[in-house]
Ligand binder design. Structure first.
Ligand code: GTP
Ligand code: SPV
Ligand code: MN
Length: 595
């Protein structure tokens, strides 16, 4: 029988193995040998397909019912429903645990139970947190090897009495295939018990439902810890920009799932003299440092990136990050043994095996890769990874960006008037939904701070936490901006070229931070004039530019009832300072009409 020096860990692993009854237990050491052994097993069973064209790369196909996060089955289970708030599913902890214990009972018979000790954040960082995931999925172990600091070092840091976040996971049964077992949707549970720093997941093997260090620990549980401990756990990319004079800027950006964090994190600026380096593409943990500024670390060690749309023309740094040692999930397979997805460079192949294992030709009416097909690759493989990406103390943040997909209304870029207004811009972030969640795609929803699916407590309290952090940071708080690369014209065409040309917006942002760029104040914030943006070498029509920089005050006004209804959901948990921002905006829009 296994034994751990850490008393609580030892007790928990025994309890869970008594409940789940696995055939054997494997304690993960995080070594390359462990990775290779598991890969070989999965190749032998047919679950992993080696890619002839890419060194040490493997393709996995999930069950067609298990292709993305399931927000409808994700729970924040606090003793009082109010503490989960209006944006989370809630069930009382005792009832939920009883239901899930029945599902876990004997669920690992015939399977191996893997115990994965891991650290989110660099092991020596004061911000790091230790988790231990129990899972019956070898695929999860492989992904965790890439996405987190897995193995003996994490156990060592735990010592005999250190605390960890227990992350319980089983793919379950009742649906799926031999290669990808899972549970039917109504038996899937992604449950969080923030008051106990505990995670219980059952029934899905995909992404954030199963790699529990990511959304479950590093966002939902961490956000609730962060509130208690005065720091921030955010759905943010991290980027360093260096201007032509050598001055560095660090930017953190919160965009909803599949809205361009990976792209921006790896941007290649089209403006001369500016350099961009990637520090992270999904999760930032931020805390005020000894100098009073806000410091951020990347909680992860890899990218679990959206494959469709990734190409040498949209994100060559991502393409170069996934040349080897990469796991691909739900991509299409080419006849010569490579992966393919919609939006890749070059012509469509004339024949493929699609993500479900079926023959595919360009005449097919279905996509060859699933829209939420993903790659898992080490951050260290990114050609523009910043040398400081693992600095234990993190990097000081100069600007925070919020953004999302909005075909209308939201201008290319807006600067918040002050911190409270910035929190208001975050709290009213709206974006069209994507395939990263199982549900409707393209539906506009409010997604405060891009955290709707990831906030582990009442979002009204979360707004207050943002305000409190601003009070702590005072004049050293980062400047806040709202960006939108996704504005469309009347024909449904994007108005802004996006990608590398987003560097033009980043340059304005940095220049605003250092007081060098102009802007005009409007009721929705500071907007650049066309002359304030560096547009050299860009071919864009005057009409498109005017439209992109138009604050659309009349349309805003028409949207105010919806905005008010969104804020009203939080009832008396809505901070008065957010309400005051709303009132200020109403007055500003009225005054504009009068003028
Ligand atoms: P998660 O990993 O799900 O949290 O998402 P992410 O924010 O990292 O998403 P990602 O960067 O992978 O977003 C990919 C999608 O955004 C693709 O469809 C891209 O084509 C699109 N995208 C990214 N940047 C731009 C841009 O500047 N303009 C346009 N039009 N689309 C963009
Ligand atoms: C997201 O959906 O925001 C992701 C992918 O980053 S997953 O890990 O599946 O949540
Ligand atoms: Mn994400």
């Amino acid at each position: 029988m296994v034994h751990f020096k850490n008393v609580a860990l030892n007790k928990w692993v025994h309890e869970m193995s008594d409940l789940c009854k696995p055939d054997s237990i494997h304690i993960c050491d995080g070594s390359q040998q462990e990775y290779d052994t598991l890969v070989k097993q999965l190749v032998d069973t047919g679950a992993a397909i080696p890619l002839k064209k890419r060194k040490d790369c493997y393709l996995f196909r999930s069950d067609p019912s298990d292709v993305a996060r399931v927000e409808s089955r994700t729970y924040i289970s606090t003793p009082s429903k109010d503490n989960a708030g209006p944006t989370n599913n809630w069930e009382d902890p005792e009832t939920l645990k009883k239901t899930m214990r029945e599902l876990y009972a004997g669920c690992m018979k015939g399977r191996t139970m893997y115990v994965i000790p891991f650290s989110m954040g660099p092991l020596t960082s004061p911000l790091a947190k230790i988790g231990v995931e129990i899972t019956d999925s070898a695929y999860v172990v492989l992904n965790m090897h890439i996405m987190a600091r897995v193995g003996t070092a994490a156990l060592d840091r735990l010592g005999t009495d250190g605390t960890f976040v227990p992350c319980m996971h089983s793919v379950g049964s009742g649906a799926g295939t031999k290669e990808w077992p899972c549970a039917p949707i109504e038996k899937k549970y992604i449950s969080h018990f923030p008051d106990e720093n505990l995670i219980w997941a059952y029934g899905s093997g995909y992404g954030g439902n199963a790699l529990l260090g990511k959304k479950c620990l590093a966002l939902r549980i961490a956000s609730s810890m962060a509130r208690r401990e005065d720091w921030m756990a955010e759905h943010m990319l991290l980027l360093r920009l260096t201007d032509p004079s050598g001055k560095q800027y660090h930017i953190a950006g919160a965009f909803p799932s599949a809205c361009g964090k990976t792209n921006l994190a790896m941007i290649i600026p089209t403006i001369p003299g500016w350099k961009a380096e990637c520090l992270g593409d999904d999760i930032a943990w931020m805390k005020p440092g000894p100098d009073g500024r806000l410091y951020a670390i990347n909680a992860e060690t890899g990218f679990f990136g959206v494959a469709p749309g990734t190409s040498f023309s949209t994100n060559s740094n991502a393409m170069n990050s996934i040349k080897e040692n990469t796991i691909f999930t739900n991509c299409a397979l080419t006849d010569d043994g490579d992966v393919w997805w919609e939006g890749m460079d070059g012509a469509k192949p004339s024949h493929l095996i699609d993500w479900q294992g079926n023959e595919w030709t360009p005449a097919s009416d279905k996509p060859a890769a699933h829209p939420n097909a993903r790659f898992t690759a080490r951050a260290s493989q990114c050609p523009v990874i910043c040398k400081d990406w693992e600095k234990p103390e993190g990097v000081p943040i100069d600007a925070i960006l919020f953004g999302g997909r909005r075909a209308h209304i939201a201008p290319l870029v807006t600067q918040a008037l002050n911190w409270d207004h910035g929190v208001f811009l975050g709290a009213t972030l709206a974006s069209e939904t994507t395939a990263a969640n199982i549900g409707a795609v393209g539906k506009l929803r409010y997604d405060p701070m891009a955290m709707t699916p990831f906030c582990g407590y009442n979002m009204g309290d979360y707004f207050q936490h943002w305000l409190n952090m601003g009070d702590k940071l005072g004049s050293k708080a980062p400047a806040v901006f709202y960006v939108n690369w996704f504005r469309k014209d009347e024909n449904g065409k994007f108005l802004w070229p996006g990608y590398g040309d987003n560097s033009r917006v980043l340059k304005w942002i940095c220049d605003r931070v250092s007081g060098k760029a102009g802007a005009t104040e409007t009721p929705v914030g500071y907007l650049p004039n066309a002359a304030d943006l560096d547009l050299k070498g860009l071919s864009i029509s005057q009409a498109a530019l005017t439209d992109l920089l138009d604050p659309k005050l009349e349309e805003r006004k028409a949207e105010m009832p919806q905005l008010e209804a969104h804020l009203a959901r939080f009832g008396d948990r809505l901070p008065p300072r957010i309400r005051a921002q709303f009132d200020r905006l109403v007055k500003g829009l009225e005054r504009n009409k009068a003028a």
